[in-house]
Design a protein around this ligand. Structure first.
Ligand code: PLP
Length: 358
């Protein structure tokens, strides 16, 4: 028997998704940085993305970058989260490029790169309204000027990240501003801005809409490749697989139980107070997986099965049509939140699906 719980990873489907997006964006003059953070820097997934034509690899965690560097993957590795000051030495050693917003950090990267005898690439991230990371547009030129003076630092370009903290959608206006900033840097400093990275999976709608893309020549894509959906409305993307990664968990209890708890109701394990309607007796199953391993709200169960709740180690299902016997396995599709947690949980095995891979 295969280990449970497990993530079944279908590399052929991931490759198809990546190739499709690389081709569609390629027609618009945009290359793809494949983002591996939700794959825990999986070398198999990273290699699949490269075979599918992504130009670079990006990850937010240095540990994942280190794993990919160790595997000697033939691609530039970009740290897409601002480096910690405490990690600059490791950053220049393992990442070719990092995304930055603080000149203080870039100065330290410069010192570390001088000591290590290497050149480190820097992308400056610009704040365009989502209020996560980014240099305010008015401060960008000063930051570029200082960056250009730093030894062993190579200014690679600019980027922005939207739709993560505040859900600000990429549109003609904020993308045009990024393009203008790229032009302004080129005329002011007489150089070529190599990378203009427009954003993440939330940019696909804009990038493929037929609107003028201006100077944008890169998108950093993770979720769209792994889960086959865009991320503004979480709609499946045409022609992409939404089941490239599936979660399988095992039933450890199956009983008919009442829907109403009995006894005095206080807080549950997570400080919530349950409000439950009486629906009589139901068929309830418990799976051996919990909030430590997944986000229960991010699981999509097969038809006829509902996810009712979860504690740290138990996932509770109800089913009217299915007989979920002890030992049975249930297959779920996952959203990004559930995927990230499952990938990160040491209690969930990661299994590469076979070529026949249903
Ligand atoms: C996570 C992340 C991405 C990738 O986002 P997806 O929605 O998975 O495509 C891109 N850029 C940055 C800075 C990120 O943190």
């Amino acid at each position: 028997m295969t280990a449970a719980p497990r993530l079944e990873i279908n590399l052929a489907k991931i490759g198809h998704n990546a190739r499709t997006l690389v081709e569609r964006l390629g027609k618009r003059g945009i290359s793809v940085t494949g983002v591996t953070k939700a794959a825990l820097g999986s070398v198999e997934i990273a290699a699949t993305l490269l075979e599918a034509g992504v130009k670079r690899l990006g990850d937010s965690r240095l540990e994942n970058i280190e794993a990919m560097q160790l595997a000697q993957l033939p691609a530039a590795l970009t740290l897409i989260r601002s480096p910690m000051l405490s990690q600059v030495k490791r950053v220049v050693k393992h990442a070719d490029v990092s995304c930055n917003t603080e000149i203080e950090v870039i100065k330290k990267l410069s010192l570390a790169a001088q000591r290590a005898g290497c050149i480190h690439g820097v992308i400056l991230m610009v704040e365009l309204g989502d209020l996560r990371e980014g240099i305010m547009p008015d401060d960008l030129m000063d930051c570029v000027r200082e960056t250009l003076t730093l030894p062993n630092i190579q200014f690679k370009g600019i980027g922005t990240n939207l739709a993560c903290r505040s859900g600000v959608a990429p549109d003609g206006k904020n993308m045009a501003l990024l393009s203008e900033l790229a032009d302004l840097i080129e005329t002011t400093f007489d150089l070529k801005v190599e990378i203009v990275s427009g954003g993440n999976s939330a940019n696909l709608e804009w990038a493929l809409s037929g609107a003028g893309i201006g100077r944008i020549n890169d998108l950093r894509l993770g979720e769209a490749i792994l889960l086959g959906c865009e991320t503004l409305h979480r709609q499946p993307l045409d022609g992409l697989h939404t089941d490239a990664i599936r979660l399988i968990a095992e039933v450890i209890e199956a009983k008919i139980k009442p829907t109403l708890p009995s006894g005095q109701i206080a807080q549950n394990a997570f400080g919530e107070t349950a409000v439950v309607a009486d629906r009589g007796q139901v068929t309830q199953a418990i799976l051996a997986i919990g909030r430590q391993d997944i986000d229960p709200d991010g699981l999509q169960a097969p038809p006829g099965i509902d996810v009712m709740g979860a504690s740290s180690d138990h996932l509770i299902l109800e089913s009217d049509r299915f007989e979920l016997a002890v030992g049975a396995e249930v297959v779920f599709q996952l959203n990004y939140s559930a995927l990230v947690r499952a990938m990160t949980s040491p209690f969930v095995s990661k299994v590469i699906a076979t070529a026949s891979g249903r």
